[in-house]
Design a protein around this ligand. Structure first.
Ligand SMILES: Cc1ncc(C[n+]2csc(CCOP(=O)(O)OP(=O)(O)O)c2C)c(N)n1
Length: 531
């Protein structure tokens, strides 16, 4: 490859472009101007968010739905630390997010000198929440470090990475030789493990597939294997939609529900694919998988987390399932009575979501089949929508599963919509959670995204209110009079409507999906408003 004289900022942007980056989310500042200059010059689209945490979540929503790396460009110190929660969220849900920032100059005094945005060790702060924090120490090194960052994010288990370039290196000029993106390594399990798994799958009379977010890129293979085995498929929250939820073998999402536990007990083999079997999904304790667990995972560490497999298929989910589907014979009849278990699970999920079923049923009736529902850590989302609204494609239900951070849903929806403007995207948040990133309504308005933002108002922090009451604690710090969310939306450039009957949300949603800009749909829950 030929080398060229470039500034650090120019080299950084050129290396991102070489890795297929054509859009970034972020906020400019004094220290990252040398990056910004070259974004526009090199044709990279920049989406301005109103807070760096929003940029991180948007990059996450973009990455989950497109399957590409989501990139946030921020400035140093406070701006970078503002992304830290989003980076931790991406880490816990295995999402490839790259956060790029300036760093302190190479010869910055060890004890500090009061430089603007000076942070004692911002790399260490990000290292605590990301897979890695990389630092380029010369202009010439930049293409290599970018290639390494992408390799870390895209081979094996996807996870977020921070990359910093010192302020002086951004401005310096040096000789730069491009580094081509590394080929993605596709790991396959060894022959012995595959043979042993095939023998078990063929011998099983009642196999069950439990599918997680790690199988997002393995939808066709999950379906092919389930159909060969005639086995039911249940998913975690992040796996929701990997098998279309109207497929005859789908039981939908919600591994914590009692019916799923009962089915696992009755199954003689559980094939867990790309899932941590994590407490954040299982809620009421581990699944009873002892003695019958075959696990497919690309991460050797994750392979033994929460449950030890009887057969460990260490490899890429799609490639490994492809191998299994090739080798196992066809079963002619269903191994398990799927409609019966679907009914049992539905009874559970409707009981659990009873307070929200009117609302989520009304939503479910009008949501397009290929919708992305981007949600938040609110009861209407995890008790209501997760197991009671069907979605049919991988990464069609965005939820801050592992880290449970409030404020995720709105900016993640923006990222998903930027990633695929033709795809219908709906954001859904609680009245508490939406206030954590509410300023991103302005971002969506500037972009004129036809994005419905459903705000479910139960007068404050409902879940926490319930927990305090359950513990017989004094109930305080949880009840808030909601702002007029429709007016707030209008003030920030959106449409805004108020819905007092949750059953009436459908027509508001249909109108919002066809609108010329975002619409805040403020749903005032009849029972929940206490202040
Ligand atoms: C960033 C962050 N801060 C605090 C919490 C703790 N927390 C969990 S649920 C919740 C209340 C959320 O209220 P709302 O979004 O209105 O949903 P609801 O519980 O009413 O359904 C809080 C404060 C959290 N999950 N994330």
């Amino acid at each position: 490859m030929t080398s060229t004289q470039m500034t650090g900022g120019q080299a950084l942007v050129a290396a991102l472009v070489d890795h297929g980056v054509d859009v970034v989310f972020g906020i400019p500042g004094t220290h990252n101007l040398e990056i910004y200059k070259h974004l526009s010059e090199q044709g990279v689209r920049h989406v301005s968010t109103r807070h760096e945490q929003g940029a991180g979540y948007a990059a996450d929503g973009y990455a989950r739905t497109t399957g590409r790396v989501g990139v946030a460009v921020v400035t140093s110190g406070p701006a970078l630390l503002n992304t830290a929660t989003a980076v931790a969220q991406a880490w816990s849900d295995s999402v490839p997010v790259l956060v790029v920032s300036p760093g302190l100059p190479l010869r910055h005094p060890a004890s500090g000198n009061g430089l603007l945005h000076e942070t004692r060790d911002q790399g260490a702060a990000l290292r605590a929440v990301a897979q890695a924090s990389l630092r380029a120490t010369s202009v010439a090194e930049i293409p290599t470090v970018v290639a390494q960052a992408f390799a870390l994010m895209t081979s094996g288990r996807p996870r977020p990475v921070h990359l910093e370039v010192p302020l002086d290196v951004l401005a310096e000029t040096g000789e730069v030789t491009p580094v081509a993106p590394l080929p993605r390594a596709v790991a396959l399990p060894g022959e012995a493990a595959l043979t042993s798994a095939v023998a078990r799958l063929e011998a099983a009379r009642r196999p069950l597939l439990v599918v997680g977010g790690g199988a997002r890129a393995a939808a066709a293979e999950v379906q092919a294997l389930a159909e060969r085995l005639r086995a039911p498929v249940v998913t975690t929250t992040n796996g929701k939609g990997v098998l279309a939820e109207d497929h005859e073998l789908s039981l939908g999402a919600g591994v914590h529900l009692p019916a799923v536990r009962a089915l696992v007990e009755e199954s003689d083999l559980v094939l867990a694919i790309g899932t941590e079997l994590a407490p954040a999904d299982l809620w009421f304790g581990p699944l009873p998988v002892d003695g019958k667990l075959v696990r497919v995972d690309v991460d050797p560490v994750g392979m033994v987390t929460n449950a030890s497999p009887d057969v460990a298929l260490l490899g890429d989910c799609a490639a490994t399932l492809g191998e299994l589907a090739k080798r196992v014979g066809h079963r002619s009849t269903d191994a398990v009575d799927v409609p019966l278990w679907r009914d049992r699970k539905r009874t559970d999920s409707r009981r659990e979501g009873a307070e929200w079923t009117t609302l989520v049923d009304a939503m479910g009736r009008v949501l397009p089949r290929d919708v992305v529902l981007s949600t938040d850590n609110a009861m209407a989302c995890y008790y209501g929508a997760m197991a009671n609204v069907a979605t049919h494609t991988p990464a069609s239900f965005l939820f801050p599963t592992g880290y449970g951070t409030l404020g995720y849903g709105l900016p993640a929806a923006i990222g998903a919509k930027v990633g695929d403007p033709d795809r219908p995207v709906v954001a859904m948040l609680g009245d508490g959670g939406v206030m954590f990133t509410v300023q991103e309504l302005a971002t969506a308005a500037v972009l004129a995204l036809p994005l419905p933002v459903v705000v479910v108002d139960n007068g404050g922090y409902g879940e926490i209110r319930n927990e305090m009451a359950d513990r017989d604690d004094p109930v305080h710090a949880v009840d808030f009079p909601a702002p007029d969310f429709a007016a707030l939306g209008r003030a920030l450039g959106c449409h805004g409507v108020t819905v007092d009957d949750p059953a009436a949300v459908g027509s508001a949603l249909e109108e919002a999906l066809a609108a010329d800009r975002p619409t805040v749909i403020h749903v005032r829950m009849p029972e929940g408003v206490t202040a």
